[in-house]
Design a binder for this molecule. Sequence first.
Ligand code: PEP
Ligand code: MG
Length: 580
Amino acid sequence: MSFILHGLGVSTGIAIGRAMLMSHATLEVSHLTLAPRLVDKEIARFDAAVAAVKQELVQMREHAEHAPAELGAFIDIHTMFLEDNELVGKPREIIRERRCNAEWALVQQMEHLVGQFEEFDDPYLRERRFDVIQVVERVIKELLGHPGRASLKAGKQTKEESLIVVAHDLSPADTIAFKDHRFASFITDVGGATSHTAILARSMAIPAVLGLENARALIRDGEQLIVDGLRGVVIVNPDARVLDEYRLRAEQIELERTKLRQLRSASTQTIDGVEIALHANIELPGDVPDALDDGAEGIGLFRTEFLFLNRGDMPDEQEQFEAYKKVVKGMAGRPVTIRTFDLGADKDLKPEATAGDRVKTNPALGRRAIRLSLAEPKMFQTQLRAILRASRFGPIKLLIPMLAHAHEIDQTLAAVEQAKSSLRGEKIAFDEHIQIGGMIEIPAAALAVGIFLRRLDFLSIGTNDLIQYTLAIDRSDEQVAALYDPLHPAVLMLLAHTISSAEKAGVPVSVCGEMAGDPKLTRLLLGMGLRIFSMHPSQILKVKSRVLKSELAELAPNVRKMLRLDEPARLREALEKLNA
Ligand code: PEP
Ligand code: MG
């Protein structure tokens, strides 16, 4: 049966392929046949894992006394499942009778139970299958003795290029693992448009739709899917006519891409001859070739935390140094802006952190980014020394995320000084004049930008967080995604104020949030005075094409007028005119 699902289109393009359902539990386990003498031991291992998870739930229950009632109910249901013979008794039998390893036995029984829950008419009971999956995931993680990640393995017969990953939720750590694969697309039930999961989809230039709510439950493995990343639509089992239409559209998109590629070697200038710098945002050293291929004139944002998301420990100085050196050497003399770790919030070092863990407290307002680095001086020194050492191999700039206070900047500068002096003591060469910049992504920083301009060499505006904090919208929550509005007058005021203040102070300023890579906003930002844009490599040529057709002398007064409007409808109208 053909049906359509609607969600948030977070990365444009069209993918046509077969569904590959992903769940941490089912994909992660190995299928082993045990020697008969190991069966008792395996059952004991299974029992111990169940007991450990039960204990974990008891502790959660104790801590959840003052938590919302839903959390308590959720813990109770999980505990109940762990006491149910269907979930814990049956796997024991499977281990004994079929000599399966514990993980495999448990997953087989889980699939059986999920199938039964799917048959219920009552929606509440049907939903409980997700609880079964979650409980099983907990036990499997315990069994594996390490916080596992979903392994992504396509069946041998299927080419990855024709597979569309269907998941309930993908953490940034899951998504970063996609970089080693060539999946056609991915779709999820949850996630906001500027969540890091969405950002990674755009950086890989594959279509993606998030926030579909029930895709993981409704779609079956192997079903044919069309993902329309522009409209945020997923068509399941399309008929021949719809397929033809989308194939045609996919060809047109490819044609436009080929046309854009002709702009690669053109210099980026407005009609009135003003040079604009288009830089790339990267997550891994392996992204450098794409950045160069798309004509990036530098790296405007290297999100270093992604180097480490999939491992659960911190890399040492040498390993970090090698990674930074690889990027700077790869960029062959072009500037490379390395941002210190922005860990915390949805980017958790501990891969076992689930979506639930991430929202337990208020992590986006918590100890993330520079706050975490300053609280962990050893970790910070290791990173600063590694970046400084790499600065010998090319022009590196140091970028600090999430600054709000003058004392944070002062402490950071002192930490850089400390790293420099330790390197001097060891006679290790580095760039003594390395530039240090700050991200403007907290409204307080944008409003009191003078604090930054007086202390730092450059600024970079992180519009993703700036919008999140200005409008009080969790960027990874699909339920408030519709309220995430880059054109909100308050956002535009903060942007315009930051850009013009930096210009007056003679301090270079860039935008490295998603707004910089949206060609619909290129003229608006140019008119505000922005001259440095940093975005995913895949957006560079689209933005370049807008720049080449823009005339600043005409844009600037129009944008000034536009910024006086504070009525959203009129603002949108004015933007349309600007882009006409
Ligand atoms: C931003 O907040 O706009 C930004 C570029 O940083 P990140 O998306 O990594 O938080
Ligand atoms: Mg940010």
